[in-house]
Structures are given as C-alpha cells and as structure tokens.
Design a protein around this ligand. Structure first.
Ligand code: AHR
Length: 530
C-alpha cells in the first residue's frame, strides 16, 4: 500500500475515534407511530398562578400610577409577556394566602376596602386588588379564571357565596351585590379548588384527611347547587416530608370525593441546593412517579364511582416549579418574597416537567406554573421594565407548539444513576436509577409531529435517529433550541442569554431523521408526515 493511502486510512480511523468520543455512544433512538396515542393534550396544561404574595400582584401584574400601566393599573409590559405564554387559565388568590383570605374584603368601592394582616407571607394586604380586578386581568390576558376557596379559616357558606357572586346572573343577595359593584353579567367561573395544601401543617386551618373530606364534600355540594356546571379541584398532598404520608392523604381524598370532584391537585417544587446537576435534572422523573401512583389510585376509585355522565377524575399539577434559593425565613416574607433568579439548568428541569405532562396527557389535564410574575416566576418586573427569565422559554415553547394528541414514544438511549438526594426543601430523600439522558415527548396534529427533547448530558451531544413507524417525513424539519454555553447562565434586564433560537433545518431520509442533541439543551423538532 502506498504511504499516502496508509496515512489516509489512519486519519479516517482517528477521525471516527474522535467523533465517538465527542458524541455519547452509538446513535440513540426515538420511535413513534401516529396511531400510538396517549391522549388529547388539554390546553389547561399551560396554566399559571397568581397569589397575593410578595410582588406577584402589587408591583407585578398590577401597579396603578406606573407610567407602564394601563388605566386599570395593569402593567402593559407584564401583560404582553404573559400573553406570549398563551396562558390558558390562572389560579388565584393562593396558595397559602387563600387560607386566611375572605373574598368579600376584596370587592366593592376601593376606598371602603379594609387592610388585613396577611399571615401566610407576613405582609399587609390592602385588598385593593380582588375578584373583579382579577377577572378583568384574565380577560385582558386571554386566560380563564380559576378560583381557590378558603378551606382553612373560611366556611362552606363563604365559598357558596363567592360562587353566587361570580356565577349567578341575578336575584339573590351576592349576585345583586356584584351588579351593584358595576358588573352586570355573571363571570361564569368554571374552575374552583376546594382549598390549598390542606394536608400541610403550615396551612392556616390545616385539617386531617377525614375532616378535609367532610368539609370539601359539603362545600362542593353547596357550590354545585349554586352553579351546577363548575369543575371542582380537591387538594391532594403536597407534603412529602419524611414524617408525612402523602399516599394515605391522596387515597383518602380520591376515595371519599370520587363521585364529586373533577381533579385532584398535586404540587411539587424542586431545587439544586447541593449543586448536583445530574441529581437535579432527574427530578421530573419523581413527578412522573407521583403521577403514576395517583393514577393508580384514581383508576381503582373510578371502578366504584357514580359520576353520572361526567368524565373520570383527572390530575391537576396546579403548582410546580424550581424553588430553593429564595426559601429562607428572610426571603419568604414581605414585599420581595420568593424572588428566584433562574438559570439554564432550571429551564431544562421545567422542560422535563412539561414532558411529563405531555407523556401523561390522558390523566394530567391541568398544570399551573407557580407563579406568573416576580414570585418564582417566568416574568420579572421592576419599576423600570421587565425581563423574561430562563424558565419562560420552555413554557412558551410548549404552550405554543405542543397541542393535539400526545404520542407514546419509545426512547432508547444511555442512562445514569443519581446519588441519594433531596428533591426539595425538607423532602424525604430519593435515588433515581436508569435516568435516560434524553427526556422526550411528542404531539401530533394536522399531519404535523412536534418532538421536544431535553438532553440531560452535561458535556456530550447525543446523536439520535428519530424514526416514524407510520410513514415518511416530508422534506425538512424545523428545529428550535434553548441552550447556552454554561448551565448556570441567567437572564437579566436587557440580557436574554437563554432563549429559544432557530437552528438550521434538518433533512429526513424517508422515515428517519438523524439529529445530534447538544449537551444540556432543550430542542424542539417539528416535521410534516406523508
Ligand atoms: O407558590 C408558593 C407557595 O407554595 C404556595 O402559596 C403554597 O401553596 C405552596 O406551598
């Protein structure tokens, strides 16, 4: 063999070795079939949450007197950013706040509204913003209102009267009161939750499961007699501390309220206090495990339920987010409470949560990021303006693109194991095994498939064959990506380091498209099928 030919072969071998070192292992595979469907994606997976907490309402969505606000006092820049998230519904007014909130304090002439001590987050609540302002905000944002009643210090009668105020056209006192306040038409608020985190000992008016079930059942009865078409959400467990028994609470609520409620609410916050990227990135799998467990309980209860023509009970993940930095006594109180600054790894975890919702679209029919502005939020506002945090972008990506039918994916890729770790503050520890580097979900609508993939690998791209088992791709696929050079990259006023960017189109070969998912990224691939 000639010397030049030998050198040529050595170079080829070296090149392929380098490539294999750079990319993780052999090609991974994501396979789908447009007839293998999980369920319909509910638009309410893209909900959000506004609580009277820190600067979420005052100095967040509402700042009368600001040059940046409209005549209703709504911050126009915030509202624009909110609209960009296609927020389907907004939960209000809490959270822990609701367990010491009396809705009548927040309606009627503003100069007659009384200030109250707010005990959940140690603020003075002026009550300047209440039900009517909130519903107006929802209308402006294009979102549905979702109200949470006070099952802590409140009564079932107070809950009934709020439904009457909002949903009854005319006649009884509270319907007439709404009209007197200047709102002649009923709001027809469809979604109502029966309290917040009632299993947590931190909740004002905390109850044991038996007492909660009784109170929730009676509240539900009065509320439905007032407005028969409302959808009711029961408070599931949010207490995963070592001494708690969340499964007992959930099973009890599901069993007792199986004929009556439409959803069970679950909450989950995760963090990375030990700065362990791989542990942190696995936390969406804990959410998936909790979903699976509650799904089983619901399926069992539905066997014996008498629900008339109502669909089965669903899961509402009506609070979820990354929250761990602003979680000290000082950062959880007062007007600047819970102001987290998010980075790229947080955005990847949010991408993972959204993938969980899509993968379980048959049972998860509602999800609300907590919260909308300033307080553990995708939008951050100061008097001078706003910026979109890193977590804004996965939510926007999914809300605008992941619709239609959720597809059941087959994913084959390398995996890793985590250490024993805490997913959130004070939670019992967990250990995750066989965590796939690729975390994926897909939807299909009008001949178009959209696939969202988080590559959890910190350093290596994962080259992947995406295989459609029910036909060929047409031509090229569009690609968008959320990424940055460093996992700790953040955004700030005027600096959007982490955002969605378009990447070059990729060409399919028949039913296969091969793509290299970059390290620590969230990628969306959109393609048409023949
Ligand atoms: O979203 C912040 C708080 O977290 C909510 O008020 C409460 O429901 C949860 O514990």
């Amino acid at each position: 063999m000639k010397k030049t030919v030998k050198i040529y072969f050595v170079l080829i071998i070296l090149f392929s070795l380098i490539c294999n070192f750079k990319v993780l292992g052999q090609n991974a595979r994501i396979k789908f079939d447009t007839e293998r469907i999980v369920g319909e994606v509910d638009k309410n997976l893209y909900g959000n949450f506004v609580e009277h907490l820190g600067r979420c309402v005052y100095g967040g969505i509402y700042e009368p007197g600001s040059q940046l606000s409209d005549p209703d006092g709504f911050r126009k820049d915030v509202l624009e950013a909110v609209k960009g998230l296609n927020v389907s519904l907004i939960r209000y007014p809490g959270g822990n706040f609701v367990s010491n909130y009396h809705w009548l304090d927040g309606v009627g002439p503003k100069n007659e509204r009384v200030p109250r001590m707010e005990l959940a987050w140690a603020r003075l609540e002026t009550n300047e913003f209440g039900t009517n302002e909130f519903v107006k905000y929802c209308r402006a944002a294009g979102s549905e209102p979702y109200l949470s009643v006070n099952m802590g210090t409140g009564t079932i009668e107070e809950a009934q009267r709020w439904v009457e105020y909002c949903n009854v056209k005319e006649g009884p006192y509270y319907a007439e009161l709404r009209k007197k306040h200047g709102f002649p038409e009923p709001y027809n608020v469809k979604y109502w939750s029966l309290g917040n985190e009632m299993d947590g000992e931190w909740q004002m008016g905390h109850l044991n499961a038996e007492d909660y079930n009784k109170k929730a059942m009676e509240a539900a009865k009065l509320m439905r007699l007032t407005s028969p078409d409302i959808k009711l959400i029961a408070a599931g467990s949010s207490n995963y501390r070592p001494h708690a028994d969340p499964d007992f609470w959930n099973r009890s609520v599901i069993t007792h309220l199986k004929d009556v409620v439409d959803y069970i609410a679950l909450h989950m916050y995760v963090g990375n206090p030990d700065n362990n990227y791989y542990n942190f990135l696995s936390t969406p799998l804990v959410m998936e495990e909790r979903t699976r467990i509650v799904r089983g309980m619901i399926e069992e209860a539905m066997q014996k339920a008498d629900r008339g023509n109502r669909p089965p009970m669903y899961i509402a993940w009506d609070e979820y987010n990354v929250w761990y930095r602003a979680r000290t006594t000082e950062t959880m109180q007062g007007t600047r409470a819970l102001e987290e600054k998010y980075n790229l790894e947080d955005a990847l975890v949010i991408g993972g949560f959204l993938n969980v919702f899509i993968r379980n679209a048959d049972i998860v029919k509602m999800a609300n990021m907590a919260q909308l502005v300033n307080v553990i939020a995708p939008v951050f506002a100061e008097e001078k303006g706003i910026f979109r945090q890193t977590i804004y972008f996965p939510l926007e990506m999914f809300a605008k693109n992941m619709k239609g039918k959720s597809l059941d994916l087959f994913v084959d890729c390398p995996t890793y194991n985590t250490d024993e770790f805490n997913i959130g503050l004070g939670e019992a520890t967990t250990k995750q095994t066989n965590v796939p580097y690729l975390d994926a979900s897909a939807t299909y609508e009008n001949g178009e498939v959209v696939i969202c993939v988080v590559n959890r690998h910190k350093d290596k791209p994962v080259r992947t064959d995406i295989i459609c088992q029910s036909g060929d791709f047409i031509d090229v696929l569009k690609v968008s990506e959320i990424n940055a050079s460093d996992i700790k990259t953040t955004n700030d006023f005027g600096v959007e380091n982490v955002r969605t960017v378009s990447k070059p189109d990729v060409k399919a070969k028949g039913n296969i498209v091969t793509y290299e998912f970059p390290a620590h990224s969230l990628t969306m691939i959109r393609g048409r099928l023949k």
